[in-house]
Design a protein around this ligand. Sequence first.
Ligand SMILES: *Cc1c(COP(=O)(O)O)cnc(C)c1O
Length: 379
Amino acid sequence: MKIATKMIHAGATPDPSTGAIMTPIYQTSTYVQEAPGKNKGFEYARSQNPTRKALEEAFAIIENGKFGLAFSSGVAATDAVIKLLEPGDEVICANDMYGGTYRLFTKVFEKFGIRFLYVDTTNAANVAAAVTNKTKLVWLETPTNPLMNITDIEAVAAITKPKNILLAVDNTFASPYLQNPLDLGADIVMHSVTKYLGGHSDVIQGALMMNSAELREKLYFIQKSCGAVPGPMDCFLVLRGIKTLHVRMKQHCENGKIIANWLRNHPKVAKVYWPGFEDSPGYAVAKKQMRDFGGMLSFTLKDDSMENATRVLSSTHLFSLAESLGGVESLINHPASMTHASIPREERLKNGLTDSLIRLSIGIEDAEDLIADLEKAIG
Ligand SMILES: *Cc1c(COP(=O)(O)O)cnc(C)c1O
C-alpha cells in the first residue's frame, strides 16, 4: 500500500458496536466482566484501551512494523526501552541527542548502573570502536537537533546485528513519512508523537514500533507495569493527526527547501544547517535513507552575538518563539538560551552551537509569507 493510503487507513476499523467510522474515545478506566476471568479482551485501562489499541495498530503500520506501543510522552517511550537493560549494561549513543534524552540517561539511569557512551555516530566506525561485550543497545537520532547531523542507519545496523545488540532510532525529526528505520535494520523506532505525528501542537505522547514479538512482549510488560500510558482523548487526537501526516509533511518539506535556499543567499546569514544542500556533510546518506529533507533547519548570523540573535528572535510575527516542533504553525527557537541552555557555553561552542544559532520548525503556511516575516526580522 502507498504512503497516503496507509496514513489514512492505518488502524481504522469501524467501531464494532455502532459502526462509527472514527474510533470512539473510550473514556473508561475499567470493563465489566461477564464472569470472573471472562471478558472481551479488556480488563483495566492501564493494560488495554480500545482507542489506544487502534492507535497502536496505526503506529505499527506507518513505520512498516508489526507492533506499536503508545506512551504518555516521548521520554516515557525512551524510558521503557532503557528499562529492558540491567546494571552493568552499556549503551552507545549519539553525542548530540535531544537534551531530554541526554538528561534521562545521565541523571536518571546512570545511577542504576547503566553506562552510556557518547560518540559521533555520523561516522559508523566510531560506533564499532565503542562496542564492548557489555554493549546491549545503540541509541541513534537522525537527523539531530539542532545541527541536523545525519547517521547512516544501515551502516550502524551492520555493526549491531551480528552481535545481537539492539538498535533503537529516535525518528522524531524525520517522521515515518520521510524515513522508516525498521526497513533499514533498526529493532526499535521511537517517536515523540508530540511533534509531527500529532502535528497540531495539542498533545504530548510517545511511541515505540518494532517487528519482534518477543521485544513487543517485553516492552508491553514495561508499559503496563510502569504505567506511562496516554489517555484515550490523546490517542484520538493522534489517530486524527496521522491521517494528514503525508500532506502536512509534503508541505513542510517544500517550505523547508524554499526557506533553506533563501536563508543561504541572505547577506546577514552565516551558515544554514539543512541536510538537503548537496554540499551538506549528511547529504549523501540523507538522500539514501530519507524520502525528502524535512521542515527543520538551523542557521547562524554573521553578527554572532546573543543581542543580535535576541533581536531577530523577538521580531518575527508568524514564527512564534517556542520550544517543540512539528506543528502546522512555524516556530522559532534559540538553542543557546532555550532548549540547550543547560549545556555549558564552552561545550556548546565546541559542538557548533554558537550564540546566534537559530532553529526553525517550518510550518505549512504560505512560504512567501514566512519569508517576508524572516526578512523583516533579520533586517
Ligand atoms: C521532543 C523530543 C523528544 C521527547 O519527546 P516528548 O514527547 O517531549 O517527551 C525526544 N526526541 C526528540 C528528537 C524530540 O524532539
